[in-house]
Design a binder for this molecule. Structure first.
Ligand SMILES: Nc1ncnc2c1ncn2[C@@H]1O[C@H](COP(=O)(O)OP(=O)(O)OP(=O)(O)O)[C@@H](O)[C@H]1O
Length: 711
């Protein structure tokens, strides 16, 4: 079965009040005297052309030989042209032809270029390849030659020529829109929107169009000027309609009489120069106004990105410190006792820089016989067993059985009964394979991964960085990038084969029944929209609630996730809240439609240590009160011990071990699991002696403290 990939982005938010970055555009434009002047000139020209019959009673096409080159005055305020037609009437009516022709050309260019650019940039794949190829061909064609051919073929019809010119200009629009759409679709908040189940149409309207509208407006203003020049050029060459007044044909007539009456050049030439200059300058003013408007938006985006970067750098620093600490501890231990860590592949520890604080073993250790589990360092086994002792794991039947065997009479009956109630598998993933095109064929990043999640069960998906945890989660969500090649023997969610769902069916499922909490809260909120707007839209869409009820529900959710001032946060932009708050906001959004399955991809990694514990507590309590199934992607065994019922351990794209949390911590079977555990939950002494309070150590410590508190 081939799995669906993501072809676009999604977003948690939507139809909200536009951000202030756009609100001030008109005001800014009107504050610019050049823009006001240009608008006034263009308005004057447009009105004069529109109301030409009111401004002159002369027929622009009526020729009177007696009025040939008549001087200005009387019935002809601007005189007569070379064949005795009224110059003023031709100037006024000619404006119609020029403006309408230019508008037609630009409209055609936009109608072709905008949707195709959006589709190509948003969906990519074959449509992008084909449309880019066509655009390149069109751009290589010499426009003026094509127009000459068209006019000679279809007759002297200016509007047909302008429509063709619009087609020839459309590749420019296409490329502009496509590039903008590609850059926006890569944003995490667009992914977040998709996860929340918004349709592609809404995502495009809300997240892509606002970004492409500025360059489109500027481009349109410049194209209008260009179209008028090209059209007048054709008419000047005598290719326009003989009966239709136009500025180009006036220039043609004036040129023929340039020595006898040069002033005839002045009127059409002046009108053309004024109009083209006004469009050009207006385009510049619009660009300035949009740039200024976008500054605050860009600042907000930059602030969000900088914050994310800073957090990433901090994590990398901490990971490095942790690695150093572990190396030192390992060295000390090896020197002192030469035991425990010897069981871990020494060459793997600390191999290469890692962005997470889990040491990276390079070689895959051979599994040891299941019947003889290698002992974990005593202190580790004790501390972890203690840690998970309070967890009530529903577990899978096999897991529950083995767990019961392991724990014997200690297994509470209530827990067994509850395990039976929640026994139906919510998610079954079998034989997932994800690969990407590589120079030498394909590179598999997930290879045969299988897992099951039951209702009300928290499954921890653990492994080193790059082991394929996120790819597995994205495959379930149907959010793998378009270039991913994904297949699975089975991917069944609550009885529905996900691979068979079409795009809109998957959209309906995501956000409503399968929700997602991402790793980087800030990058998953669109900086241009208020938090409230971003939360309300999915609620309205999925639950079909009116705006006021959706707002009330959202405020209640914000309160539920521990936000002290929901009204303020509701009305805030993402850059106005902290990372911890942003994660709470995203958790509120994820549970807003009461999903059955919540996929959380390292939801605490980007957070401060103290906030991590609060967010984990919150997720656990939400999961329990809603009896949600949950996949928690993490590299942190402290987190696993805290809230997971079962654990699946991944290494280099494969599952090496899967067991109830209690069982796995008490007797890990695979050497890799033992190595991860040993490196994660060392006894605290050497670390505190070294003074490295890594997030992981702290999480483990806090977890132990909490468990002790519960005991
Ligand atoms: N678009 C892509 N093209 C090629 N390879 C990719 C792509 N996305 C991910 N990968 C590769 O897939 C592998 C698994 O990545 P994944 O993000 O699932 O790891 P992870 O276990 O979640 O790691 P982390 O904890 O660091 O997020 C990595 O080696 C990564 O480089």
């Amino acid at each position: 079965m081939t799995l669906p990939q993501s072809e676009a982005g999604l977003a948690p938010g939507t139809a909200a009040a536009p951000a202030p970055v756009r609100a001030g555009l008109v005001r800014r434009l009107l504050r610019n005297p050049v823009a006001v002047g240009c608008l006034a000139v263009l308005a004057l020209i447009a009105l004069a052309s529109l109301f030409a019959p009111l401004l002159t009673d002369q027929d622009p096409a009526h020729s009177s030989l007696t009025e040939t080159l008549a001087p200005a005055g009387g019935a002809h305020p601007l005189g007569g042209d070379g064949v005795g037609r009224d110059v003023l009437a031709r100037l006024l009516y000619g404006g119609r032809t020029s403006l309408l022709g230019a508008l037609l050309a630009v409209s055609v260019a936009l109608v072709i270029g905008v949707p195709s650019g959006l589709l190509a940039g948003y969906y990519r794949k074959w449509f992008d390849a084909v449309s880019s190829w066509l655009a390149n061909i069109l751009m290589a064609v010499p426009a003026i030659v094509v127009l000459l051919v068209v006019m000679s073929a279809v007759g002297q019809n200016t509007y047909v020529a302008m429509a063709v010119f619009g087609v020839l200009m459309s590749p420019g629009v296409f490329r502009l829109i496509r590039a903008s759409a590609i850059s926006v679709r890569e944003e995490l908040y667009v992914d977040a929107a998709r996860v929340s189940g918004l349709t592609d149409g809404r995502i495009v309207r809300r997240h892509i169009l606002p970004v492409v509208q500025a360059p489109t407006i500027i481009q349109a203003a410049q194209m209008l000027g260009l179209a008028i020049v090209i059209q007048s050029g054709l008419e000047f060459l005598g290719l326009g309609s003989a009966t239709q007044a136009s500025w180009g044909s006036m220039l043609n007539d004036a040129f023929a009489n340039i020595y006898t009456k040069p002033v005839l050049m002045l009127w059409p030439g002046g009108a053309l120069a004024l109009t083209v200059a006004a469009f050009g300058l207006l385009g510049n003013a619009l660009r300035d106004a949009l740039d200024a408007s976008a500054v605050s938006g860009r600042r907000a985006r930059r602030a969000v990105r900088n914050a994310a970067r800073a957090r990433k750098a901090e994590r990398a620093r901490k990971a490095e410190e942790a690695e150093q600490a572990e190396k030192s501890v390992t060295a000390v231990k090896a020197g002192k006792a030469g035991k425990a860590v010897d069981s871990a592949p020494a060459e793997g520890i600390g191999a290469g820089p890692s962005t997470v604080p889990v040491p990276v073993p390079v070689p895959v250790p051979e599994p040891v016989p299941e019947s003889v589990p290698e002992p974990v360092p005593e202190s580790v086994a004790e501390s972890v067993t203690e840690s998970v002792a309070g967890a009530e794991s529903p577990g899978s039947p096999e897991d529950t059985k083995s767990s019961a065997d392991a724990d014997g009479a200690r297994q509470p009956k209530a827990a067994v009964a509850s395990a039976k109630d929640d026994d139906a598998p919510l998610l079954v993933l079998d034989g997932l394979r994800v690969s990407y095109p590589a120079e030498d064929g394909e590179k598999a990043v997930v290879d045969g991964v299988s897992l099951t999640v039951r209702k009300g069960e928290v499954l921890g998906l653990v492994g080193e960085s790059g082991s394929g945890k996120s790819q597995t989660a994205f495959a379930v969500l149907g959010l793998l990038p378009p270039e991913a090649l994904a297949s699975a023997d089975r991917l069944v969610f609550d009885g529905t084969e996900l691979g068979r769902l079409n795009r809109s069916e998957m959209n309906r499922l995501r956000g409503r029944r399968i929700a997602y909490v991402p790793q980087e809260p800030m990058s998953n909120l669109d900086p241009s929209f208020r938090i409230g707007a971003q939360l309300v839209e999915p609620v309205r869409r999925h639950l079909r609630l009116p705006a006021s009820q959706a707002r009330t529900k959202t405020l209640g959710l914000l309160e539920r996730v521990g936000i002290a001032d929901p009204e303020r946060v509701f009305a805030s932009y993402p850059h106005q809240i902290s990372g911890g708050m942003a994660q709470r906001v995203l958790i509120a959004g994820a549970v807003s439609c009461d999903p059955d399955l919540l996929i959380a991809d390292e939801p605490t990694t980007a957070l401060d240590v103290t906030v991590q514990a609060e967010v984990l507590d919150l997720m656990r309590s939400l999961q329990r009160e809603r009896n949600m199934g949950m996949i928690l992607v993490t590299h942190d065994f402290g987190v696993v011990a805290d809230i997971c019922d079962r654990v699946t351990v991944m290494q280099t794209g494969t599952v090496v071990e899967s067991a109830p949390a209690r069982e796995l911590f008490a007797a890990p079977r695979h050497p890799y699991t033992r190595m991860l555990l040993a490196s994660t939950l060392e006894d605290a002494e050497p670390r505190s002696a070294l003074g490295h309070a890594t997030a992981r150590t702290a999480a483990g410590t806090m977890h132990t403290a909490r468990q002790e508190g519960r005991a």
